[in-house]
Design a protein around this ligand. Structure first.
Ligand code: ASP
Ligand code: MG
Length: 416
C-alpha cells in the first residue's frame, strides 16, 4: 500500500462524463489498496470564463477579487469529483485550499505555497477515505483566498504530495508524457520514458507547457518522483501498465537514462529583442538600463553587450513579447535622459530555440553541431545563451519551426 497523489487537468475534468472516468480511475487505484489524494483543476475553459467576467466589469480588476473569482472553478471540480466517487460507492471528501489549509503568501494571482497541514488529510486517508483537494488555490495568513498563477494546480499537486510524503505524484493530462519536442511541430517527436528533473526544469522554463515550472521546482526541492501521463486512456486499463506509462521525472542521471547527449528541443515563439545603441562603456550602465525594466516587473532573459569601440557599446536583451511595448516605453523614459544612448531599436518578431540535455556536461561539440545545422538551413543566429545543460539561440520567428525540425533530426531525436 502506498500514498499516491493524482492530479487531473482541465481537459480531464472537462465534462460530467470525463469526471465519471476520473472517478473510475481513482477508484481502481484505491481498490488496489493505495491511499489516494486527488488534486483536480477547474473544468477546461472555466478559469478563462471566470476571469473574462471580471474583465467585462473592469479593465483593471483588483488581484484579490480575481483570486476570489478564479478559485471557484476548482471548488466546483472537487465537489463534483467527490460526488462522482461517492456515486460509485467510494467514501470521498472534498476540501478547498483554506480548509486543509494550504497556506500561501499574499501575492494574489501568483501566490507561493508556504506550508500545508497534513493532519486532516492523513486522518481521512487512515479512515479509508479518498481526499479531493482543490488545485491552484490557497489561503494567506489573514484568511484571504489566493491563487498560484495559471497552471498552478500542477504545483498544488506536487506540493501536497511532498507534504504528505507520497510515494509518487501522478499528473494526468491530455498528452501522454513529455516529448523530445512539441509533436505539433515535429510529427515524429518521441515520448521520453524518463527525463531528469534539471532537464524538465529547463524544458518548462524554455516554453514547454506540459507542467507549470514551479511544480517542477517543488518536485526538485523535495525529490518527489513525478510522472506525467495520459488521462485519455481507458480508466480501467491494468494498473501496472498505467503506473509505468507516461514520462517519469527522475533524480538519477546515470541509471536507466536513455543514452543521448541531447534530450529535447524547446522553443518559445513569443520573444522580443531590444537594443540600446551607443551607450558609454562604464560601470553601472547595465544596471541603469535593466533596473527600470525590472522595476516595471518585466522579465529579462538573454543579454549581450558588445565589445566597446571608442568607449561606446551596444546593449541587447530579450523580454517576453507581451511586455515589449511596455519595456520600450520604460526605456524611452529612463535610458535616453540618463545614459545618453543614441537610439533604442527593437524587434518583436523573434523566437528562442533551445537544445537541452544533461549529456552536454560530458560531451563537447553540441554547440557547434547546433550552429552548423542552423547554418545549413540558412538561419541567422541573433543571440546565443548557454547553461550547463542547454544552448539557446534567438532567431527570426519565421524560421522557428524549421529550426526545431532541423535540430530534432540533427540530434537523432526522432522515434525509431
Ligand atoms: N484552473 C487554473 C488555470 O486554468 C489552474 C490549473 O488549471 O492548473 O490556470
Ligand atoms: Mg495545466
Amino acid at each position: 500500500m502506498a500514498l499516491i497523489v493524482h492530479k487531473y487537468g482541465g481537459t480531464s475534468m472537462g465534462s460530467v462524463e470525463r469526471i465519471r472516468n476520473v472517478a473510475k480511475r481513482v477508484a481502481k487505484w484505491h481498490d488496489a489498496g493505495h491511499q489516494i489524494v486527488v488534486v483536480p483543476s477547474a473544468m477546461s475553459g472555466e478559469t478563462n470564463r471566470l476571469l473574462g467576467l471580471a474583465k467585462e466589469l473592469s479593465a483593471d480588476p483588483t488581484p484579490r477579487e480575481l483570486d476570489m473569482i478564479a478559485a471557484t472553478g476548482e471548488q466546483v471540480s472537487v465537489g463534483l469529483l467527490a460526488i462522482a466517487l461517492q456515486a460509485i460507492g467510494k467514501d470521498a471528501v472534498s476540501y478547498a485550499g483554506w480548509q486543509v489549509p494550504i497556506k500561501t503568501d499574499s501575492a494574489y494571482t501568483k501566490a507561493r505555497i508556504s506550508s500545508i497541514d497534513d493532519k486532516k488529510v492523513k486522518a481521512d486517508l487512515d479512515a479509508g477515505r479518498i481526499v479531493v483537494i482543490t488545485g491552484f488555490q490557497g489561503v494567506d495568513d489573514l484568511g484571504n483566498i489566493t491563487t498560484l498563477g495559471r497552471g498552478g494546480s500542477d504545483t498544488s499537486a506536487v506540493a501536497v504530495a511532498a507534504a504528505l510524503q507520497a510515494q509518487e505524484c501522478l499528473i494526468y493530462t491530455d498528452v501522454d508524457g513529455v516529448y523530445t519536442t512539441d509533436p505539433r511541430v515535429v510529427t515524429d517527436a518521441r515520448r521520453l520514458k524518463t527525463i531528469t528533473f534539471e532537464e524538465m526544469l529547463e524544458m518548462a522554463s524554455l516554453g514547454s507547457k506540459v507542467l507549470q515550472i514551479r511544480s517542477v521546482e517543488f518536485a526538485g526541492n523535495y525529490r518527489m518522483p513525478t510522472r506525467v501521463l495520459s488521462s485519455l486512456t481507458d480508466p480501467l486499463m491494468p494498473l501496472e501498465e498505467e503506473a509505468a506509462s507516461g514520462t517519469l521525472i527522475s533524480f538519477e542521471e546515470d541509471t536507466n537514462m536513455e543514452q543521448a547527449t541531447v534530450t529535447g528541443i524547446a522553443f518559445n515563439r513569443d520573444e522580443a529583442k531590444i537594443t540600446v545603441l551607443c551607450v558609454p562603456d562604464r560601470p553601472g550602465i547595465a544596471y541603469q538600463i535593466l533596473g527600470p525594466v525590472a522595476d516595471a516587473n518585466i522579465e529579462v532573459d538573454m543579454i549581450i553587450q558588445n565589445q566597446s569601440v571608442e568607449g561606446k557599446t551596444d546593449f541587447t536583451f530579450t523580454v517576453p513579447r507581451a511586455d515589449y511595448n511596455k519595456a520600450m516605453q520604460v526605456l524611452q523614459e529612463s535610458v535616453r535622459e540618463h545614459i545618453g544612448a543614441t537610439n533604442i531599436v527593437g524587434d518583436s518578431k523573434v523566437s528562442k530555440v533551445s537544445v537541452v540535455g544533461v549529456g552536454m556536461r560530458s560531451h563537447v561539440g553540441i554547440a557547434s553541431q547546433m550552429f552548423r545545422t542552423l547554418s545549413e538551413e540558412g538561419i541567422n543566429i541573433q543571440m546565443i545563451s548557454t547553461s550547463e545543460i542547454k544552448i539557446s539561440v534567438l532567431i527570426d520567428e519565421k524560421y522557428m519551426e524549421l529550426a526545431v525540425r532541423a535540430l530534432h533530426k540533427a540530434f537523432g531525436l526522432e522515434s525509431a
